[in-house]
Design a protein around this ligand. Structure first.
Ligand code: FAD
Length: 569
């Protein structure tokens, strides 16, 4: 098989991947670095981010306040040393990204503007209107183009990691345009593959977010951390789950039930609509359960009302919200309230890393939503993720430079042997399936339905057990799939099958960790264990693949200054 050699390989061309690439190119331009991405980099999910990026910039704010808000938001599961590093680097990174061309909104006096976001005690969310991700990704992408040492493999899908005796040696990837597999060899690999949102049906996440990085690392022996913590965003547009940014509440939008009451008064009287996402999402579900939601052909919902903000403010600060409502719900938020309900939005867990991006496999790093450092713990605060891409993308890039400068490349005969083993597996599992009977689409729909119904905002022992059994059955059915698309060129059926295999693996871990954690913390709410239980569960969950299914261990949380306290808003 063809071997394409590099020093460092970055899997993923979203915010985290591009920021890592720039850090590498700046620190050591002589390293041969490549980005491999299953979509053109500008189509990564980062482009869809709307509301903003959090960092301390104003006189009335400081790093300890940002750290405390993040840790309280995390329900005290974040590692505090990582959060402290995060908030410190954040300030530098948001200034740097502006110098690379990200047009932050300005105050009248010319200084950078900030808006309110849920769970933040200061206005510290910088934004470029409500198209922050688009501008941020653009600034990173065009900056990355300056470096000649940086190569790209656009529309290549990474299908396996090649690990030699506990050390990363490269990846096996398919060029989707040609349909051929190659070995992309590298002494260091950084996984920046984003989240796993597509294991749910009702989600704000792009179609590419199938947890590939998590599954690749897991199969290679790296543990996944805190996978039970899934974030549901309060305002998913009814029917599609498309995101209506939290900035709409940050700019002053209200939530109403069908009795015309701002119901957040009952749940978070001081923060109201700007309580953290886990709390607002549960409050909406409580209103719906108490029959105070609206009912329609697409299910129950509540209203997000922006009318009092007026058209000029909506057009200046939330133009994309208006566009999305007009295009996908046929209504105009200038004149009507928006029908919303919580939508799966973010994966707090991911590949276990330290704060420099290292995983337990030598030379394998991870950053961005694919990784779990952890700074978000049990619940991420809105606008901390875009900043995380910059901070931890850059940190992982610098770690990669250090590692690649001393590590030895894997000999080609060894690479060929490792790749052959993976290729035989791929042939048998996905390509030579003429005798199979099961269809990818059918398995996928059942997986998503199961996750929505049994591993959603509220969880119960019985439902979780059922979910695990169903996932096991779906995995079994997957062993008998049949693919019919013969073409080598853009064989989306083959890619879809590999993605589904990844999703089944990751969903299994999510459901199992959710069952073992018999408490409620942040985004993980157990109806049968409604209280947080620090005595038994103030730890991270770490899951390893084993022949008998996911094997779970625990890992202590790192504390520096802040002791766990009751989380009230
Ligand atoms: C609608 C929406 C709005 C959001 N708004 C905000 C916001 O305002 N503020 C905020 O802080 N956060 C926001 N978030 C969260 C934030 O945008 C994401 O967490 C973040 O952009 C993830 O970036 P990433 O670089 O980790 O991955 P992504 O941008 O998701 O990129 C993943 C990359 O990995 C590649 N990839 C994946 N699998 C493979 C494979 N097998 N082979 C090759 N390549 C692969 C893809 O091609 C892609 O380039 C939002 C999220 C959504 C969905």
């Amino acid at each position: 098989m063809e071997i394409l050699s590099h020093d460092i390989l970055i899997v993923g061309g979203g915010g985290a991947g591009l920021r890592a690439a720039i850090a590498i190119s700046q620190s050591n331009p002589s390293l041969k670095t490549a980005i491999v991405s299953k979509v053109y980099p500008m189509r990564s999910h980062t482009v869809a981010a709307e509301g903003g990026s959090a960092a301390v910039l104003k006189e009335d704010d400081n790093h300890d306040l940002h750290a405390y808000d993040t840790i309280k938001g995390s329900d005290f599961l974040a590692d505090q040393d990582a959060v402290e590093a995060f908030v410190r680097d954040a300030t530098k990174e948001v200034i740097q990204i502006e110098r690379w061309g990200c047009p932050w909104n300005r105050e009248e006096d010319g200084r950078i503007a900030a808006r309110w976001f849920g769970g933040m005690s200061r206005k510290r969310t910088l934004h470029a209107s409500d198209k922050t991700g688009f501008h941020l990704l653009h600034a990173l992408f065009q900056t990355s183009l300056k470096y000649d040492s940086l190569m790209r493999y656009d529309e290549w899908h990474v299908s396996a990691l090649l690990v030699d005796d506990g050390k990363i040696a490269g990846v096996l990837a398919i060029d989707t345009r040609r349909g051929t597999f190659s070995i992309l060899a590298a002494r260091t690999v950084i996984l920046c593959t984003g989240g796993v949102g597509r294991i749910y049906a009702f989600t704000s996440n792009a179609g590419i977010l199938t947890g590939d990085g998590a599954a690749l690392a897991y199969r290679s022996g790296a543990p996944l951390k805190d996978m039970e913590f899934i974030q549901f965003h309060p305002s998913g547009l009814l029917r599609t789950g498309i995101l209506i940014t939290e900035a709409s509440r940050g700019e002053g939008g209200y939530l109403f039930n069908k009795e015309g009451k701002r119901f957040m008064e009952n749940y978070a009287p001081t923060k109201m609509e700007l309580a953290p996402r886990d709390i607002v999402s549960r409050s909406i579900m409580e209103e719906i359960a108490a029959k105070r939601g609206f009912e329609g052909p697409y299910g129950s919902y509540v209203h997000l009302d922006l009318r009092h903000l007026g058209e000029p403010k909506i057009m200046e600060k939330l133009p994309m919200v208006r566009e999305l409502c007009l295009d996908f719900a046929g209504m105009d938020p200038v004149y009507e309230p928006i029908p919303i309900r919580p939508t799966m939005h973010y994966t707090m867990g991911g590949v276990h890393t330290d704060k420099d991006g290292k995983t337990p496999i030598a030379g394998l790093l991870a950053a961005g939503e694919a990784a779990c450092v952890s700074i978000h713990g049990a619940n991420r605060l809105g606008s901390n993720s875009l900043t995380e891409l910059l901070v931890f993308g850059a940190r992982a890039g610098r770690t990669a430079v250090e590692y690649a400068s001393s590590a030895k490349p894997c000999p080609s005969e060894r690479l060929q042997a490792l790749a052959k083993e993976k290729m035989d597996f791929i042939q048998k599992r996905y390509i030579r399936t003429e005798n199979g009977t099961e269809r990818v689409g059918a398995i996928l729909s059942e997986l998503r339905k199961t996750m929505d119904e049994k591993v959603g905002i509220y969880r119960r022992e019985e439902g979780l057990q059922e979910a695990i059994q169903i996932i096991q059955r779906l995995k079994d059915r997957f062993n008998r799939i049949r693919l019919t698309q013969q073409s080598k060129v853009f064989n989306t059926e083959l890619i879809g099958a590999m993605e589904l295999d990844n999703m089944l693996e990751v969903a299994h871990v999510v459901a199992m960790c959710a069952m073992i954690r018999k408490e409620s913390r942040g985004g993980h709410a157990r109806k049968d264990f409604p209280k947080r239980d620090d005595e038994q569960f103030l730890h991270h969950s770490l899951t390893f693949q084993s022949p008998d299914g996911p094997r779970r261990e625990t890992l202590p949380v790192t504390f520096t200054k802040w002791k766990p306290e009751e989380r009230k808003y």
